[in-house]
Design a protein around this ligand. Sequence first.
Ligand SMILES: Nc1ncnc2c1ncn2[C@@H]1O[C@H](COP(=O)(O)OP(=O)(O)OP(=O)(O)O)[C@@H](O)[C@H]1O
Ligand SMILES: [Mg+2]
Length: 352
Amino acid sequence: MDEPRDLDDVRRIAEEILEKLGRVIIGLKGEIRLVLLSMLSNGHVLLEGVPGIAKTTIVRGVARLLGLTELEVEISGIPYRGFARIQFTPDLLPSDITGSLVFNPSTRLFEPRFGPIFTYMLLADEINRAVPRTQSALLQAMQEKQVTIGDKTYPLEIRDKGKFFLVFATQNPVEQEGTYPLPEAQLDRFLVRILVGYPESLEAEKSILKLHSRRLHEPIEELDRVASPEWLVQAQNIVAVSVEETEETLDYIARIIRATRPEVFEPAGEYFELGASPRAGIALLRAAKAHAAFRGKNIVEPTDVDAVLFPVLNHRLIPRMEKLVEYEEKVRYNARIKLIRDGLELIKETVV
Ligand SMILES: Nc1ncnc2c1ncn2[C@@H]1O[C@H](COP(=O)(O)OP(=O)(O)OP(=O)(O)O)[C@@H](O)[C@H]1O
Ligand SMILES: [Mg+2]
């Protein structure tokens, strides 16, 4: 369980993680690959999909393979857990996530009670069920990678100690009563939004039944660790410094990002009200680099950008209302997603 020395080491273990997860999760190969890719880019993940399609299972599976499910460590006096899950509900308070000061009668001092956010991997289930104030507390911590309790600020990421901090949030796309959709402006704290769908075929559906038929426990519980948190931090460093970009790739990313902006490229305005920011461009470059690393390349190419374009941009673009209404009349399911796909397709065609 050594730390990786080069890109080959990163790729070998990443492939092993994919292979192990593939034994206990049927299908969803692309989705699982995107989760790993995002982690290698040190990016938070938003998983969107209806209940019961293995969103939680994927995240717990990765946590097990990194040896995080049982982990509890103390770094500079702060206790961190390997893995924590928070169910978001309307009555969840910001302090239920971050922690608070509690009075200790024996010392007669206020002492910090560290909330569940003091973890390596945080599963934030049904994030859109919490009130905006609570959502903001999480999104702010994700952005800053630190949390303030009382008048002291504590780190959530300490890279030289192998401590990373990544959030995996899930949400159900079906508009329901009692949900508070995350504002687009905050959604871009997530590197990718991964849309998880139903099993692709009858065969896959049956394989899931077979996998569970003689077990009363979750198959992911049979997974043993293949890497460590320190491995991931080092792997992120290697991807960041060892995968090089060409002028051509930078040009391609910059052109795509600009073409999403109605102010710059008028036809984009037919689909989108708001285009992508420079932050979105950085996200695209990071994810594309991780994609190149996965292919065993140390140079990121435009094809890597294409491969991650939709997951990196789909939650950052605001569809134009009139166009959305038009799509909703045409297609019954996933109108919003189809609109974004078509809009991005148009943009890609004009850029190449
Ligand atoms: N593709 C799949 N392969 C293997 N098992 C699956 C698959 N899809 C669902 N399951 C099984 O279905 C159950 C539900 O999965 P899970 O709890 O991960 O769903 P979820 O998407 O997180 O749902 P919710 O939104 O309700 O939390 C688990 O027992 C899981 O193992
Ligand atoms: Mg779940």
